[in-house]
Design a protein around this ligand. Sequence first.
Ligand SMILES: Nc1ncnc2c1ncn2[C@@H]1O[C@H](COP(=O)(O)OP(=O)(O)OP(=O)(O)O)[C@@H](O)[C@H]1O
Length: 565
Amino acid sequence: MADSFLSNSDDGSEGSYESGSVVSEQPLPAIPAVIANWWLNENLGSGYSGSIFKATHLHTHQVVALKVQYVHHECPTNKYERYIYPLLQGGVGMPTLYDANVQGPWDFLAIDLLGPSLDNLYRKSGKDTMDLRSVCSIAIQLIMRLQFMHHRGVLHRDIQLGNCVIGLPPNEKTIYMIDFGFSKRYIDPLTGRHIPDSKVKRDFIGNYWFSSVNVHCRGKVPSRRDDLEAAALMLIHLLTPRGLSWTRNGVPKTNEAHDRLKAEKRKATPESLCRGLPSEFEDFLVYTRSLAFKELPDYNTWIEKFRDLAKEEGFTRVDEFIWPPPPMPVVKTINTPLRARTPAVPREQLEDILKDLTKLRLDTQPILGDRTNVEAAVRQAKADAQLDSDKQRQQQSTGDTIIISSDSEPGNPSPMRYQAPKALRLNRLAQRATKATDNITLSAIVKEFVEILQMNSSRTLTKEALAFLDVLYKQLDDPSVFIKPTRTSRQQSFNEQVQEKEPAYVKLGVVARLRREVGQCRDNKALAALVSDFAKVTNKSTGRTVTKDGFAFLEGLSQRLGVLQ
Ligand SMILES: Nc1ncnc2c1ncn2[C@@H]1O[C@H](COP(=O)(O)OP(=O)(O)OP(=O)(O)O)[C@@H](O)[C@H]1O
């Protein structure tokens, strides 16, 4: 609770605190060597209202963590934790409570002895961001812990790195939640109902860094959504060099500094916070903020999304938090694609790709509709086509399934089949689009484009997908002109000059319009204009995610092409 802010009035039920905003410096009695049957060993950490010791039972020699607090402390969190722990017993990553009592002026809780906190590990690593594998593991485990706590009717209300600790061997791959001093039941045990929302602005309870905007900046009543939003902010913090901007000046010491921090937190959009991160993090934050006060979050979907992200990055056993993080996976075969990085390819294709790369003209990329490079492009395309057919023969490639022999499975003489990675399929599709001579073929190609985009959970418009749209645009705009697929980087072609991202609502509005208009188009030229708008607006949005409307537009495009012959 080191960075937590204590409210000076809660709602009067358990988990509430009565304390002035200025902390009085009371001289505390010295903590004795023995409390009840516990012999106190070294101090493991001290918080605002107490200290944690490693402690040994005088008779059984059981070793625990003893959370000791002065009974008259103005913020008597042990008193509240004592009611919360029993509700959480038996859950993975929930510390077991062995003893809880008051002896003389000491209120103590004996719980599982655990390892260092994530804050501790992160600081000690000396790095300015945490690696993606670890963050995915934290995401998965933290969402699971919150799912469990919420299922038991309890909100944590103080999610932060210092309150997530790893277990001691053999449980060092499990993240445990600690510090339930601010926790609260959100299900009334008598009525079984969710606590009510309130329009009255409440004093803030939680921590400065990760408490949700609604709770921290707007004084709203915390509910499940706010625990999840705090989790999302914590994950984004870990992936942001030097952390979230409002955490960089330390704990605010004055009301003005606290107001500035809140203003900064409030105005930071998910887009601006997640620039450059895998889109799952922005989507998760947006999702947590879209939840209604009493809404049950869809924990499982988000656990799966972070698992998928990790898988796409080539990380294995990602449900386990492994520290220090294992080395980055080495790309050996096409079944370990690295998301948003170089698409993984079989070794035998690497050489060709590198050769192609040397031919890339990075200085002056042709823009949409630019036909000045036609002659050179014709020559290049013929050479490419020849190379491609040679390659296909060599690889025994069947459609998009490449057969490669497996030497890792000696008992299995048949070749292993892998689905070609997204990038490769998109490049091939672009080539087929260049050769299409009628709308029926283009319609089938667009349909396949949608299928490829939906191959995995990442619905991003990659540079290969943009290159495909570039070809499609040219085909539709003027099929009489020879088309050479341009290698389209995300910043170029459709979007040459524009680097600024646009707010999400702009994208949503444009794509919804495209979706409506596609069925009305009377010719290919009109369709070309819509394809260009679609590519531009998606390319300009953070995450470049193809939305539901986007898929509906593409499906509509495929249907319209089938009709316009
Ligand atoms: N069970 C435990 N085993 C090992 N170390 C622990 C355990 N619980 C807490 N610690 C260490 O002590 C630190 C403080 O613990 P905790 O967050 O529970 O208390 P606090 O918030 O500082 O106290 P308070 O609630 O009184 O303000 C943790 O960050 C962690 O490093």
